[in-house]
Design a protein around this ligand. Sequence first.
Ligand code: SAM
Length: 291
Amino acid sequence: NKKDIATITNTNHIIKKYNFHLKKSFGQNFLVDLNILKNIVSSADITEETGVIEIGPGIGALTEQLAKKAKKVVAYEIDQRLIPILDETLQPYNNIIIINEDILKANVNKMIEEEFNGYEDIAVVANLPYYITTPILMGLIEKNLPINRYCVMMQKEVAKRLSGGPNTKEYNSLTIAVNYYTIPKIVLTVPKTVFIPKPNVDSAVVRLDKREEPAVKVNDESFFFKVVRGSFIQRRKTIYNNLKQSLKGVLTTDDIKTALKAVDIKENARGESLTIEQFAKLSNEFIKYVT
Ligand code: SAM
C-alpha cells in the first residue's frame, strides 16, 4: 500500500517534514520494508482478540501493521519528539495508545490492568532499541506479567544467544534465564539494508513463548540465578573456580566440591557445558549447605 508508513519514500518524507534528527543513543533505526513488517506481525500470530504491547514505535511503521490486525496496541516511546509525529502518522487508527515513557521505568502491570482488562491474549511485538535489549526483555519476562508471547527484533548475536544450547559460543546466563521462563525461537533473520539508517549489525526476530511452568524446578529462584550467573563470571575458568569466587561467604570451598560431586559435575567443567537441568540440580544441592 502506497500509504503505509514503512516505505523508503514515506519514511524520508516524514523525517524531512518534521526536521527529525534520528538519535543513535535511543537506538533509532527505522524499518522501511513492508514485507518484513508483515512477516513479524504474522509470526506473532496477532488476531482481533490480541492486545499488543509495542516498545519503541518510532514513526509508527510497525505500530500501523499491528493495529490492522490487533484489537488494541499500546506503544511505549521514550522520545518526546516522536509523539506529535505519531499523532499524525497513526491518525487513521482508533485502536492505538501511545505512552511517552521509558519502558524500563513503566508500570506495565498497571497498564495491562487498565488497557487490557478481560483480554485473554497479550503479546509484546517490537523492533527493540538494541542498546537495551536484555534489560527490556528480562525486565518484562521476570515480572511474571500476563504476557503470552514476545515477538521481537534484536541484534542477531543476541538472538543466537537466546536460542543457543550448551557448548555454543553464545550460551551464557542470559540464555538460561530466558529459557527458564520461555521457549525462544529465531523466526526471521533480517539484513541491515532494510533500516534507515543502516545499523552496524545484522538482526533477527525471535519469538518467545511463555512457559506455563518454569523449565526446571528450583527450590530458590534467586539463588538459582546467582549460581547460574556465578558460573559464567569468567568464561575460560572452570565452574569450580568461578563458584569459589562468586559464592564466597555463602558456601565453603569444601561444600562446593562436595555438591559438585553429588550431582556428577566435574570440578573442571565449564559453565557453558551445563544444561539448565544441571544448573537446577546443582543449585538445589547447594541450598542444602547454606545456613
Ligand atoms: N518501531 C520502529 C520501527 O520499527 O521502525 C522504531 C524502532 S527503533 C529500532 C527503536 C525505538 O525505541 C525508537 O523509536 C526509540 O526512540 C525507542 N526507544 C529507545 N529507548 C526506549 C525506551 N527506554 N523506552 C521506550 N522506547 C525507547
